[in-house]
Design a protein around this ligand. Structure first.
Ligand SMILES: Cc1ncc(COP(=O)(O)O)c(C=O)c1O
Length: 374
């Protein structure tokens, strides 16, 4: 089985798995308990907090642990809305559902929301964001890298214009942290979402980086954990695993990025040599190094992936809901035809893939596609 679905989730780094395992066995105390066993768990959480902070150029006091990307995005958006009470939010048409749906919820509950479009290469124009700003704008939330196309957004520019106008800027960096440098200061992000299972860490844990001085209201109510912003006994093994994941990223990011870029390029070149009219969806260069979203005209992507599902793991540019196939909203927002969106697949490489696997995947995909041209 060749795993080319690393944007969905990644295999856990063995060193991370070891760290989670020893936290499960040794740091079992409640970090809020004042005795030595509790203090040991608390120390493990704080060590992880420092690692997460360092990985994105934040300070440890700015890191708040959550249950993952979905919760972090909800906390960023709804927490800002609850703090401000009313106002206008700017987002884009290509955000992950965990950003899109809280925005839609706000819209139904008295907030005004603008959805900025993308161009044919899947990019948001910072100027469109600037034009969408109103006197009432309280938050801009734009992702760093798109999960389907890997296309990078002009986050620094958007963050700069938000800061000039004293508007909070949140970026969903679920797909970028661990794959490319993502520094909160360079990105001008007041609030940033981090998701370790996208870069060889555990699922069910994540964090929100919140710049000092930025006030958010909690969206869950309970005891006073995470300085009152996120109640609930900490997921100590998950948090320890996340810390280790960030430490490994700090050490190996460059090496991993070079490796996956080489494999991703090999994948495209190989598939194009065999199937000629294959096209990359999205910007050719302003992309994550591991992500390749391609259109194979005439091929039904869900049929193709069904055919190869025991040999290659990948994702289609369409979703299947109750027997009905729908094209990807992200690809459609880029102006692609429904037929081309339905003929698109996402291949996302990871640090554990080898050149040999890529050569084999090219053969498998090309062979299946040749037999499946409509
Ligand atoms: C861009 C983006 N944001 C947020 C998430 C949500 O992360 P999780 O499913 O871990 O809550 C994902 C995961 O697919 C993602 O790709």
């Amino acid at each position: 089985m060749i795993y080319l679905d690393n944007n969905a989730s990644t295999p856990v780094d063995p060193e991370v798995a070891d760290a989670v395992h020893s936290a499960l066995r040794l740091s079992y105390g409640n970090p809020s308990s004042a005795h030595a066993i509790g203090l040991r768990a608390k120390a493990a959480v704080e060590k992880a907090r420092a690692e997460v902070a360092e990985c994105i150029g934040a300070s440890p006091e700015e890191i708040f642990f959550t249950s993952g990307g979905t919760e972090s995005n909800n906390l960023a958006i709804l927490g800002t809305a609850l703090q401000k009470g009313k106002g206008h939010v700017i987002t884009s048409v290509i955000e992950h559902p965990s950003v899109m749906n809280p925005c839609r919820y706000l819209e139904k509950n008295g907030f005004d929301v603008s959805y900025v479009a993308v161009d044919g290469e899947g990019r948001i124009a910072a100027d469109d964001v600037r034009k969408a700003i109103k006197r009432e704008t309280i938050l801009i939330t734009i992702m760093h890298a798109n999960n389907e196309t890997g296309v990078l957004q002009p986050v620094e520019e958007i963050g700069t214009l938000a800061r000039e106008r004293y508007i909070l800027f949140h970026t969903d960096a679920a797909q970028s942290v661990g794959k490319i440098p993502a520094d909160v200061e360079k990105l001008r992000a007041d609030i940033l979402t981090i998701v370790p299972h996208k870069f060889y860490g555990p699922k069910g844990v994540g964090a929100l980086s919140v710049r000092k001085g930025v006030q958010l209201k909690p969206i869950l109510f309970g005891a006073g954990h995470e300085k009152g912003l996120r109640p609930g006994t900490e997921n100590v093994p998950g948090i320890v695993g996340m810390g280790k994941t960030c430490e490994m990223t700090r050490l190996f990011l460059r090496e991993r990025a070079t490796h996956v870029k080489k494999l991703t390029d090999m994948l495209f070149t190989g598939i194009r040599e065999r199937l000629q009219d294959v096209r990359i969806n999205g910007h050719q260069t302003l992309r994550l190094p591991n992500t390749l979203n391609i259109c194979i005209p005439g091929v039904d992507s869900t049929d193709l992936l069904e055919k190869i599902k025991d040999e290659v793991a990948a994702t289609a540019g369409s979703a299947c809901h109750s027997g009905q196939k729908t094209p990807s909203a992200v690809l459609m927002a880029m102006g692609m035809s429904e037929a081309d969106a339905m003929s698109s697949i996402r291949l996302s490489t990871g640090k554990d893939n080898t050149e040999e696997e890529i050569r084999a995947a090219v053969e498998i995909i090309a062979k299946a596609a040749q037999g499946r041209r409509r």
